[in-house]
Design a protein around this ligand. Sequence first.
Ligand code: NDP
Length: 273
Amino acid sequence: MKTYAVIGNPIKHSLSPLIHNYTIEKLGINARYIKILLPENIDAKYLRNFILDSDIEGINITVPFKELAFSSTNVNDGIANKIQAINTIIKDHNNLRGYNTDIVGLQKCFEKYNLKSALIIGAGGSARSAALALKNSGISMSIANRTPSKLKFFEQFGPTIHIKNNDIDSLYIQKYSVIINATSTSLNNILPMNKKTLEELFQNSSLIFDLVYSKDETIFCNLAKECNINYLDGKDMLIFQAAMSFLYFHKLDTSLLELVIKYMQEALNSFLD
Ligand code: NDP
C-alpha cells in the first residue's frame, strides 16, 4: 500500500485526508493519505531528508511550508519556478519533484466571476499563488501584508501595502472587485486587520474570498455576511487543487479530473451535512 500525506503546522484543520481517502477508495487504489504535523522552525534540508527517509510517495504542503518546500525539491515544474512556492511533491527515487496546483485551483475559482481588480491580504506561499492566478486571469491587484520584507517579491505584481498597527493607509481604501484573505488568521479566529477598515473595503467590493475553509463561516466570511457582500471560503479551492494533486500522485490521466472532483465534492458534502 502506498502512503501519501499532507504536512503543515497547524494541520488538525486539514480536510485533505478526508477527500483523498474517500476518492482513493472509490477508485479502488491501494493507498492511504495521512496528515503530519511538522515543527514550525524546520529548514529545507530537514524537510528534504524527512521526505526521502520516509515511506511517503507524495506530499501536499500547507501553511507555513510552501516556500520552504520549494527549496527542498530538486526539480520543479515551470509554474512553480515562477513563484517559488509549491503545494505538491512527488518522490521519484532520490529526486523530489515540486508542483503548484493551488494556482490552477484559484484560477478555477475566479473564472465564475467578472473580476477586474483585487486586494490580496497576506504575502505567504498561498498569496504568491493567488498573485499569479490573478495575473493569468488578467486581474490587476494590490498586495497588503503585516511584515513589509515579505512584500518585496510582490512588487512585480502591483502596488504593495504595509499593514501597520493593524491598519492600512486610507489612500489604499479603494474599490477592489475582490478582497482575498491569503493570511492564516481565520485559523485563529482573528481578522487580518482592523474591523472598521475591512468593513469599508468590503462595502466597495463585489466578492470576499477567504482561502481558509471551515465547516461554519470563517470570521472573515462572517464579516462579509454582516456587510451583505458575496463571499466564498477555501472549499472550492481545496477541491480543485486536491484533485490536480491526486492525478499527479496516482499517475492518472487528466480525463479523470471531473470524476475525481465529483468524488472529492461528495466527501466534503458528507462532512458538511
Ligand atoms: P504562510 O504561512 O506562508 O503565510 C501566512 C500569511 O498570514 C503571512 O502573510 C502572514 O503575515 C499572515 N499572518 C499570519 N498571522 C497573522 C496575523 N495575526 N495578522 C496578520 N497577518 C498574519 O501560509 P500560506 O500562504 O501557505 O497559507 C495561508 C492560508 O491559506 C492558510 O491558512 C491555509 O490554510 C490557507 N490555504 C488554503 C488552501 C485551500 O485549498 N483552501 C490552499 C492553500 C492555503 P506575516 O508575513 O506578517 O507573518
